[in-house]
Structures are given as structure tokens and as C-alpha cells.
Design a protein around this ligand. Structure first.
Ligand SMILES: [Zn+2]
Length: 273
């Protein structure tokens, strides 16, 4: 699962593949309602969805930063390969200085933990402020279905294990060459990270979209895992448009590899970069 580093601005970036997530096609939703949802499922044409689970390592002269942390050992032996990919790329958990979370979901955050200890003992964890506020609010817990509540337990674990090393961040520059972009909908504080380069910039857009060969063609297609489906659909269209017009390279929690967004009539497609 070793990849090769790509250069964006001051960072060498490597994609760490954690595993392959499978779900029935019934997890698809559509902002225009049930008939549109049925059409989306037919267009997909397969009984299951299969998407990569990714996180990223960014290396510069100042150390190593991760964007998301994979699942660790929490999702069993089919997952957690980001840890071995990190080692194969010549980096150890002790060397990780900073971790940027796109949002507080298990496939992005559980890799932070080694039981009740931090897997990255020397790292600060940067968390979008609005996700932190939401997933630590007992009242917010009641507003979403039981099956979607895992983020609350993870936020509790995060506070217990990383404590004073948590940094809550808003939109804008986080540190040299990296900006947080608010991409709400999948979760309230869901964020992407834009790695600015003079020649080429990289947007790591987290879970703004999951299916790189379906959702760009119809950004109103979502997954039940989007907590606010309508907001997620608006965010998805807006960030696809911005990525296309800016010419950014894109990558994320679940699309395959690195891509570029192109406009196709009223919608978009992702081509490999
Ligand atoms: Zn995810």
C-alpha cells in the first residue's frame, strides 16, 4: 500500500490507504426525493458501494502533519492499513507533530487512539471548532438518529486522551501553507484543507463527496452518512465548481487517489491527476 510522494507548495504529500469500505447501494440519498434516489441507485447499477478509506501525510522541513488518521484497530483487520503505510513511507507515529481532522467520524479519527493512549504521543490534534462543539453537546445528540451518533463517543475519547493538545480551528490559515475550508453538511463542522502551492494546490476535501464516479455527475446524490443532506448537496456543488475553476488537485477521505475536477455540461467529472 505504499504510494509515492507528490509535491504541493512546501509539502511532500502521500496518500495512506486505510482500507475499503463497503455498503449497500441503499445508503444513497437524493436531495430531490425518492424518485430521484431510485434513479441514482439504478444509475449506480451495482448492489454495493465500495470506496477507499484514506488519510494523508504531509512532510516539510518542520515535521510531519497528518490529515485524518484512519481507523486504527477499531474497525478490525480489513482496515487500519494507514498505520503500516505510514511506516513503509519511513515515518513513525512519534514523528507526527500535527493531525488535522476533517470531521469527527470513526474512519477519520479512531486511528488517533491506541486503546486509552494516544497513538501519536507527540501530536497536537486540530479539530474544526463547529464539529467539536456539536459532538460534545448532549442536546445535539438527540437531534440525529441513533445509528449516526458515533461521533459523540469519539469526541469524548478525543478529549480524554489528547486533552490539552486539542486545537480548535475555524476557517482560514491553520499554519504555513495550509488553509481550513468550511464544507458543512456531512457533519456541521466538516472541513477540507487546502495545501497552497505556487504551481499546484491540493484540496483534501474529506467527505464532501464519497463516490468520485457518481456524485460529480449529480451533486445532489448523497449518502445517508451526510447529517444534513441538503446542506451537503449545496456544499458539494460549490466545492466541485471552485475546484474546477481554480484547477486544484483534489483528494479526499473516500475518492480514489488524486484527481482534477472538470465541468461537464451542468455538472462535473473527476479525472485522475
Ligand atoms: Zn468518511
Amino acid at each position: 500500500m505504499t504510494g509515492s510522494f507528490r509535491r504541493f507548495g512546501q509539502y511532500d504529500v502521500i496518500l495512506l490507504r486505510d482500507g475499503l469500505f463497503e455498503a449497500p447501494a441503499e445508503v444513497l440519498v437524493h436531495a430531490d426525493g425518492d424518485a430521484a434516489r431510485q434513479r441514482a441507485i439504478e444509475t449506480w447499477g451495482r448492489p454495493t458501494l465500495q470506496v477507499d478509506v484514506n488519510c494523508f501525510a504531509l512532510r516539510d522541513g518542520d515535521g510531519i502533519t497528518l490529515v485524518d488518521a484512519g481507523t486504527g484497530t477499531s474497525w478490525g483487520p480489513k482496515y487500519g492499513h494507514a498505520r503500516s503505510a505510514l511506516l513503509e513511507a519511513g515515518m513513525t507515529p512519534n514523528q507526527i507533530r500535527r493531525i488535522l481532522l476533517t470531521h469527527i467520524h470513526g474512519d477519520h479519527a479512531l486511528g488517533l487512539f491506541d486503546g486509552d493512549a494516544p497513538y501519536f504521543p507527540n501530536a497536537e490534534v486540530f479539530v474544526p471548532e463547529r464539529d467539536f462543539a456539536f459532538f460534545t453537546d448532549p442536546a445535539a445528540r438527540q437531534t440525529i438518529p441513533e445509528a449516526r451518533r458515533s461521533g459523540f463517543a469519539i469526541a469524548e475519547q478525543l478529549q480524554r486522551i489528547y486533552g490539552s493538545r486539542i486545537r480548535r480551528i475555524g476557517e482560514g490559515p491553520v499554519f504555513a501553507g495550509i488553509e481550513a475550508r468550511s464544507l458543512p453538511g456531512h457533519t456541521p463542522g466538516h472541513s477540507g484543507y487546502l495545501v497552497r502551492g505556487e504551481k499546484e494546490s491540493l484540496l483534501i476535501w474529506g467527505d464532501a463527496l464519497h463516490l468520485g464516479d457518481l456524485q460529480p455527475g449529480d451533486p445532489k446524490i448523497g449518502l445517508v452518512f451526510d447529517l444534513d443532506a441538503e446542506m451537503a448537496a449545496r456544499t458539494r456543488r460549490a466545492i466541485l465548481e471552485e475546484a474546477a475553476s481554480e484547477g486544484w488537485t483534489v483528494a479526499g477521505g473516500h475518492i480514489t487517489g488524486f484527481g482534477r475536477v472538470e465541468r461537464v455540461s451542468e455538472a462535473y467529472r473527476i479525472v485522475p491527476a
